[in-house]
Design a protein around this ligand. Structure first.
Ligand code: SF4
Ligand code: SF4
Length: 128
């Protein structure tokens, strides 16, 4: 990741068409682990790097606190994503030959200027 959608999400759909890499899933989607909020696939989100200066989903979101920072999707945070995937926080894609698409299999771009403290505290992306 990435950015993360929280319980504050009101399922308004404003973000989904803004994502340049189709990383956002609506509620009820078979690959969304949540029934009542939208979901960002961390293995797909690139934090809009090479597409926009700031995350487009957060620009479009009308709800304070619905889209927050998460950890970079890099090998350094492989265990973080692996354990939270087991807990059901994420539903990381299973590749036929490569297995679970964890950061150690394929890392993603992230905005290096975002302080790690903002990520650890899941701060609002819109405050960035
Ligand atoms: S930050 Fe960008 S790439 Fe990530 S989910 Fe939002 S719109 Fe998609
Ligand atoms: S724009 Fe915000 S409130 Fe609307 S679906 Fe996306 S995350 Fe949820």
């Amino acid at each position: 990741m990435a950015v993360k959608i929280t319980d504050e999400c009101i399922s308004c759909e404003a973000c989904i068409s803004e994502c340049p890499v189709a990383a956002i899933l609506e509620e009820g989607h078979e690959k969304n682990p949540y029934d009542d909020i939208f979901y960002v696939k961390p293995e797909s989100c690139v934090e809009c790097v090479d597409h926009a200066d700031t995350p487009r989903c957060a620009e479009a979101c009308p709800t304070e606190g619905a889209i927050v920072w998460d950890m970079p999707y890099t090998a350094e945070f492989n265990d973080y994503y692996a354990s939270k995937n087991e807990e059901g926080v994420y539903k990381i894609r299973e590749h036929k030959s490569k297995g679970l698409m964890l950061p150690s299999v394929k890392a993603q771009k992230f905005i290096e200027a975002v302080p790690m403290s903002s990520r650890e505290q899941y701060e609002n992306v819109s405050d960035f």
